[in-house]
Design a protein around this ligand. Structure first.
Ligand SMILES: Cc1cc2nc3c(=O)[nH]c(=O)nc-3n(C[C@H](O)[C@H](O)[C@H](O)COP(=O)(O)O)c2cc1C
Ligand SMILES: Nc1ncnc2c1ncn2[C@@H]1O[C@H](COP(=O)(O)OP(=O)(O)OP(=O)(O)O)[C@@H](O)[C@H]1O
Length: 323
């Protein structure tokens, strides 16, 4: 997958292109990507995602910039897994935000690139003050013989999937529901750094992460999680506490994970923590002994939740293989 900075086009081959912010790459975005790949094979050309280097609200209304579902590194890694050929990471600055809709279509989209087909969602808007919409793009495409596809709303239980809905769910701690719209668990990525080394003394060492400040952090509490460790095979079962550790009178928020059945060294490694299920609120205990008793219970519950998930996924795998 090639990543192209904005401004000039260095892509010489014809393209099929999908446009949007794509924060989270949720089920709606995945439908656009599926349509993009189908069209790329129909027209026998490369697939491209036209997206932005930052969330548009960063420039349009900085006070309203949301905490994102993923940073650019995670977004590019997921797009790579989908087999996208090019990601055009356009610099979203004031001049770009002021581009009139017709100029975006004529000078940028159809001017810079040799596009055979463009895929957008039902609510796609573009250009200065969002004056252009999907229908305008379709009409402009028709004039030039360019196939513009408008993907209808993707819904789950009657609710339209959107990044803003999923961000709210994650920050409220509703990680199971968030996963229904994302099509996979919400995940935080970060490097392990040293904590206060209390975990070892309690008998439950934890890997502490500093999450990217741009990314939404689930509500304070304890979660059953799955962990991918950089440079190591497999997915590890774990419990993650997000909070301020009131038992030890700490005040800063930390994300700390105790990986079950793991005794190795983790400092400096990168972890991906996938949030599967919320177990409880963070609490203040009157003694470390009481906290240890609670952590043992958390581990038992996490193991049960995660083993049930494994069983459910192998049952669905074997039923799909038998069909
Ligand atoms: C599963 C789990 C649940 C936890 N729950 C709480 C809690 O409810 N209240 C609290 O004060 N600390 C809680 N902690 C945090 C411990 O206090 C923490 O692991 C300890 O302070 C170790 O910190 P360190 O990694 O900086 O050494 C929890 C930790 C884990 C792993
Ligand atoms: N549920 C959906 N069904 C179909 N298309 C969608 C859906 N959600 C987003 N899209 C389309 O995917 C592209 C990228 O969406 P984008 O990330 O810009 O918006 P979004 O997911 O609706 O986020 P937000 O909630 O922040 O507005 C756009 O063309 C958009 O119209």
């Amino acid at each position: 997958m090639d990543i192209i900075a904005s401004g000039s086009n260095t892509i010489e081959e014809p393209l099929v292109m999908a446009i949007g912010t794509f924060d989270g790459i949720h089920l709606g975005h995945q439908q656009l990507i599926k349509t993009l790949k189908d069209k790329a094979s129909l027209y026998k050309c490369a697939s491209a995602i036209y997206t932005f280097d930052r969330h548009p609200l960063n420039v349009l209304c900085p006070d309203k910039t949301p905490a994102l579902l993923m940073n650019n590194k995670q977004k590019l890694s997921v797009l790579r897994q989908y087999g996208i050929d090019y990601v055009i990471l356009n610099e979203f600055n004031k001049a770009f935000a002021d581009t009139p809709a017709d100029k975006f279509v004529n000078n940028i989209l159809f001017g810079l690139y040799d596009v055979k087909s463009v895929i957008v969602g039902f609510d796609f808007t573009f250009g200065y003050k969002g004056q252009g919409n999907a229908q305008l793009l379709k009409d402009e495409g028709r004039k030039r013989g360019i196939d513009v596809v408008i993907v209808p709303p993707v819904k789950v239980n009657g609710i339209t999937v959107s990044s803003s809905l999923i961000r709210r769910l994650v920050s409220d701690g509703c990680v199971e529901e968030a996963a229904c719209y994302l099509g996979r668990p919400f995940a935080l990525l970060g490097e392990v750094h040293t904590g206060h080394k209390i975990g070892h003394k309690l008998g439950f060492p934890t890997a502490n992460l500093t999450p990217d400040p741009e990314v939404v952090v689930p509500r304070r509490g304890v979660y059953a999680t799955e962990v991918v460790i950089s440079g190591m095979e497999g997915i590890w079962k774990a419990v993650t506490n997000i909070g301020t550790r009131p038992t030890f009178n700490d005040t800063h928020i930390s994300v700390e994970t105790h990986i079950l059945d793991y005794g190795g060294w983790l400092y400096g490694r990168e972890l991906e923590i996938r949030f599967i299920s919320r177990l409880r609120d963070e609490m203040s205990f009157s003694s470390p002994k009481q906290l240890v008793r609670q952590i043992r219970e958390d581990i038992d519950r996490a193991r049960e939740v995660l083993e049930n998930l494994d069983k459910a996924s192998s049952a669905s795998q074997s039923s799909s293989e038998s069909h």
